[in-house]
Ligand binder design. Structure first.
Ligand SMILES: C[S@@+](CC[C@H](N)C(=O)[O-])C[C@H]1O[C@@H](n2cnc3c(N)ncnc32)[C@H](O)[C@@H]1O
Length: 261
C-alpha cells in the first residue's frame, strides 16, 4: 500500500484524537463504548476488534472491560503502529495483539476463534456488509455475539443532495448502508436476536459540541493538520450536522448472536 492509499495518516489521527481523545478515532470515548457493550460481559472472553484504529478502545477492552484476549485488526499501517504503542503504554501487551491485515476474506483466523466480534465505527469503510457479516459469523464460537457501532444512512434510496454534499467533503472511502440492509445481512448470515439501536439524536447533540470545540479552540486543532485542512473539517462538520438533523445520517449500535449450534 503506498502513501496515497492511507486515509488515516499521522495528521488525521492527531486531529481525530484531539476531537475524541487519545487512542479514539470515533465519537463518544469510553462512555459510548460502555453503552455499546451494555449487557455484554467481556470478562475472560476472546475478542476480535475490526478496525482497531489507534487502539484506545482495543486496549480498553482488556484493561477496563476484562477481556482475556483482544485481537485488533486494521488495514492501514500508521494506525496499527499507534495502536501497538497504545497497547504497550497501557500495559496490556500480554492480552492484546494488533494485526495489520488485507481487506480480503477470509481473515487470517480459524473458524470459531472468538467469543465476541466487536467493531466501532469502522464497517463504514467495508463496502460489502453481507460478506463482513458472514465472516464475523464464521469467526464466532457458537453462542458468541457480534456487537458493533457504525455510521449508517437511514434509507436505501439515492442519498439526498445534502448527503451527497456531506459525503463529498468526507473524502474517505465511505460506504454507508441502511439499517434494513444491516438487519437483513446479519439475519442472512445466520445471526439470531438481531437488534439495532439508532444513535442519531445522541450524535446530533454530540456533533454540535464537537464543532463548537473545533471553532473555539482553533490553534490546538490547526496544530494537527494545518489551518487549511481544519477549515475543510469545519465545513464538513457543518454539512454533517445538516444530515444528522434530518436523521439521514444515523449512527447505530447493532448486535446479533450466533446460535448455540
Ligand atoms: C473511524 S476509525 C475507528 C477506529 C476505532 N474503532 C475507534 O473507534 O477509535 C475507522 C478505522 O477502520 C479502519 N478500516 C478501514 N477499512 C477497513 C477494513 N476493510 N477492515 C478493517 N478496518 C478497516 C481504518 O483504517 C480506521 O482505522
Amino acid at each position: 500500500m503506498d502513501h496515497h492509499d492511507i486515509h488515516y495518516d499521522e495528521g488525521f489521527i492527531r486531529f481525530l484524537e484531539e476531537m475524541w481523545g487519545d487512542g479514539y478515532l470515533s465519537p463518544g470515548g469510553a462512555a459510548e463504548v460502555g453503552r455499546l457493550l451494555e449487557g455484554v460481559d467481556l470478562t475472560g472472553k476472546t475478542v476480535l476488534d475490526i478496525g482497531c484504529g489507534s487502539g484506545g478502545i482495543t486496549a480498553g477492552l482488556a484493561k477496563d472491560f476484562g477481556a482475556a484476549k483482544v485481537v485488533g485488526i486494521d488495514v492501514e499501517e500508521p494506525v496499527c503502529r499507534e495502536a501497538r504503542q497504545k497497547v504497550l503504554a497501557l500495559g496490556v501487551s500480554d492480552k492484546v495483539e494488533i494485526h495489520q491485515i488485507s481487506p480480503e476474506y477470509p481473515m487470517p483466523f480459524e473458524a470459531k476463534s472468538f467469543d465476541i466480534v466487536f467493531s466501532k465505527d469502522s464497517i463504514v469503510h467495508i463496502p460489502d456488509k453481507e460478506s463482513m457479516c458472514y465472516e464475523s459469523f464464521r469467526l464466532l464460537k457458537p453462542g458468541g455475539w457480534f456487537v458493533a457501532s457504525d455510521w449508517l444512512i437511514s434509507h436505501d434510496d439515492a442519498p439526498s443532495a445534502e448527503m451527497v454534499a456531506y459525503l463529498k467533503l468526507e473524502d474517505l472511502d465511505f460506504g454507508m448502508a441502511s439499517p434494513t440492509r444491516y438487519r437483513t445481512a446479519l439475519q442472512a448470515a445466520g445471526f439470531d436476536h438481531v437488534s439495532l439501536r439508532n444513535r442519531n439524536r445522541w450524535y446530533f447533540e454530540e456533533a454540535k459540541g464537537e464543532l463548537a470545540r473545533m471553532m473555539h479552540d482553533r490553534p490546538r486543532f490547526d496544530a494537527t493538520m494545518g489551518k487549511e485542512e481544519i477549515d475543510i473539517q469545519v465545513e464538513l462538520w457543518q454539512a454533517m450536522l445538516v444530515v444528522l438533523e434530518k436523521g439521514e445520517h444515523c449512527p447505530h449500535h447493532f448486535r446479533g448472536q450466533k446460535p448455540m449450534g
